[in-house]
Design a protein around this ligand. Structure first.
Ligand code: HEC
Length: 152
């Protein structure tokens, strides 16, 4: 038992040590992969939320949770675009680092829209929820239109 605990603690120390080193020197590739992971989490919550909003799946209190998930991931968007991270297959446009005021405004729009969606999902009626959801989707699209290369 004790042996096992020491083993677990040693592994934990190793993981913590490694991750702290990694934080100090995140590579451009890892930054781009991490960004895609955050964006993919947004897509997952948006798809799930849209199915509940459209009445295809029972809510059972989960719309509010997906809204919270969206708010959490959106809150991270501001830090997932370190300069120089549009490497490899990245579709991030240089405008992100050139037109920083406009990019910041696009982030703020998504932050406000996700907060409004959380409030609507918690206590709003059908119309308010639908409106807040569309508004949030519009904030994703707005930023993609200006700052993301289209895939096709
Ligand atoms: C402030 C700008 C901004 C906002 C807001 C934003 N995105 Fe993005 N998103 C981007 C950029 C730029 C990329 C391209 C990143 C890359 O390829 O390196 C991207 C990529 C993505 C991808 C990956 C697409 C692919 O190529 O597979 C998905 C999915 C995505 N975003 C979903 C969302 C959703 C859903 C929202 C809203 C809830 C959202 N994004 C909000 C800027 C934004």
């Amino acid at each position: 038992m004790q042996q096992k605990l020491i083993g677990v603690l040693a592994t934990l120390t190793l993981i913590l040590g490694t991750s702290l080193t990694a934080i100090a020197e995140t590579s451009a590739e890892d930054a781009a992969d991490y960004r895609l992971a955050v964006m993919t989490s947004l897509r997952g919550h948006m798809t799930a939320a849209s199915m509940i909003v459209r009445g295809l799946v029972e809510d059972n209190g989960y719309l509010a949770k997906h809204a919270k998930g969206l708010e959490m991931s959106v809150s991270e968007v501001h830090r997932v675009f370190p300069e120089g991270s549009n490497v490899g297959e990245s579709n991030a446009l240089p405008a992100i680092w050139e037109d920083t005021d406009k990019f910041k405004a696009a982030i703020e729009k998504a932050e406000n829209a996700s907060a409004a969606f959380v409030a609507a999902a918690k206590s709003g009626g059908k119309d308010e929820i639908g409106g807040a959801f569309r508004n949030l989707g519009g904030s994703c699209r707005g930023c993609h239109d200006d700052f993301k290369m289209s895939d096709d």
